[in-house]
Design a protein around this ligand. Structure first.
Ligand code: ASP
Length: 452
């Protein structure tokens, strides 16, 4: 059995949904189909999820919601029209939206979640109706039937029992159309995953039914070895391991949600990223293991918006518990970190800058100084992380030297180097303004003239 997921652009219009039907029809193993809400039909279009967020905000402000609601209904109406479906389906959608808007507003986040999820939920119902109208026997299944998630306040994730609950779907005779992006708590409260979270739903379903393959259909042919917006015509990745994909999760690799790897990774279901607009292209396969041949580096990613907390203290290495106390201060501020490069007497903690405010920065600096008696404490902002990833890097000498030389030619100073313990990644911290130049230089070093 194959589980497939179709992203927003793949289900944005009647024409796109017809392509989806053809893809599903062309392989009888494609029995479970997870769908996003209709996404952008062109560059300046607005995703239905964003329209729904506008609707939720208007409702929370007690504004007149009719216009916002009608814009969403019109999007579905255009799709139903193009698919020659009975308009009553749009009345059902309008009724559903009204009901959601009148829902409990006592918890703002849950109220918004419930409206945001209407894009996926109604699209799944519409697509199941369409499949049946063209003779494909299909059934909408609600996440209420098993996709149980945790309660607030933590970010949404599927509870272990979700997998057992959804496992019987593997015996389905009909094609199941399942809305992506949300689940229900044990108490029956709807919660959405992070943005782009329909990938996660597809992965949960693939793991639950122990699918032979999880196909993730999007609007690009494959995952590229570097961000095509920065590097000209980068090499396509044909096969990549879960671990490599995970290490590359910075910008330029967002084609697959990084949290979506976890469910399939646990039981080793391979993932195939494919293009709805070009389904015969082989796409990129994400697999548990692969044999490493040829090039040691699989991909290079980069992201800006990092800050570093630098702490130095003489004889730090002899002080039991120093690291724990330092990280505790960050935990108290609810801050997560990405890397912790260290020397004998100093350590840097690298984190996303969007977690730092003027207030918590001041608190952190003074607590580190006073409670840990540090000699020097500094918070610096405006860094980018550049990550070079490849399973083949482990057995390859001189790679760091090649990377450092390539970076030095851009005139940038390397502020931090960190080799992941698994030796499949090498991270460089640099000033943000050099990011693109460095990415291009590293790509030139490791990929130019090599097309495999
Ligand atoms: N529709 C949601 C979003 O725009 C989830 C998804 O498409 O994966 O983020």
């Amino acid at each position: 059995m194959i589980v497939c997921k179709f992203g927003g652009t793949s289900v944005a219009s009647a024409e796109q949904i017809q392509k989806v039907a053809n893809i599903v029809k062309s392989n009888p193993a494609r029995k479970i189909v997870a769908v996003s809400a209709p996404g952008k039909r062109s560059g300046d279009d607005i995703k239905v999820t964003d329209l729904l967020i506008n609707l939720a905000m208007a409702a929370l402000k007690n504004e007149d919601i009719e216009e916002e609601l009608q814009i969403v209904v019109n999007r579905f109406m255009a799709i139903a029209d193009g698919l020659e479906l009975d308009y009553t389906i749009c009345d059902v959608i309008a009724e559903d939206l009204r009901e959601r808007v009148q829902g409990d507003q006592s918890n703002k986040e849950l109220f918004i979640d419930s409206i945001k999820a209407a894009g996926e939920d109604n699209n799944a119902k519409l697509i199941a109706t369409y499949f049946n109208s063209i003779g494909m026997s299909a059934r909408y299944v609600s996440p209420k039937d098993g996709l149980v998630v945790n309660d607030l306040p933590e970010r949404t994730y599927a509870l272990p029992e979700a997998y057992a609950n959804l496992a019987p779907l593997k015996y389905t005779k009909e094609i199941i159309v399942f809305p992506g992006f949300f689940g229900y708590t044990k108490a029956g409260i709807l919660r959405t995953f992070d943005r782009g979270g329909s990938d996660i739903t597809g992965s949960i379903l693939a793991a639950a039914v122990e699918a032979e393959l999880y196909e993730n259909f999007t609007d690009v042919d494959c995952v590229f070895s570097a961000n095509p917006k920065v590097v000209n015509d980068p090499v396509e990745i044909k096969e990549i391991t879960y671990r490599e994909m995970r290490e590359l999760s910075y910008a330029g690799f967002s084609v697959f949600h990084d949290e979506a790897l976890m469910p399939v990774y646990k039981i080793g279901v391979p993932v195939n990223i494919k293009n709805t607009n070009n389904p015969s292209a082989p796409g990129t396969r994400i697999v548990p293991r692969r044999s490493v041949t040829g090039r040691p580096v699989t991909g290079i990613s980069a992201d800006s918006g990092f800050s570093t907390l630098y702490v130095s203290k003489y004889l730090m290495n002899r002080e039991v518990g120093f690291g724990r106390k330092l990280l505790q201060i960050l935990e108290d501020e609810n801050i997560s970190y990405e890397h912790t490069p260290s020397g004998l007497d100093d350590i840097s903690v690298i984190m996303r800058s969007n977690q730092i405010t003027l207030e918590n920065e001041e608190r952190i600096l003074s607590r580190v100084k006073n409670e840990l008696n540090a000699d020097d404490v500094q918070m610096r902002h405006g860094f980018s992380m550049i990550v070079i990833v490849g399973e083949g890097m482990r057995n390859n000498t001189g790679l760091a030297a090649r990377a450092a030389t390539a970076i030095s030619k851009t005139g940038a100073n390397i502020e931090m180097i960190n080799q992941g313990s698994s030796e499949v990644s090498l991270v460089f911290g640099v000033l943000q303004e050099f990011e693109n130049q460095i990415l291009q230089a590293l790509y030139g070093e490791f990929f130019a003239h090599v097309r495999v």
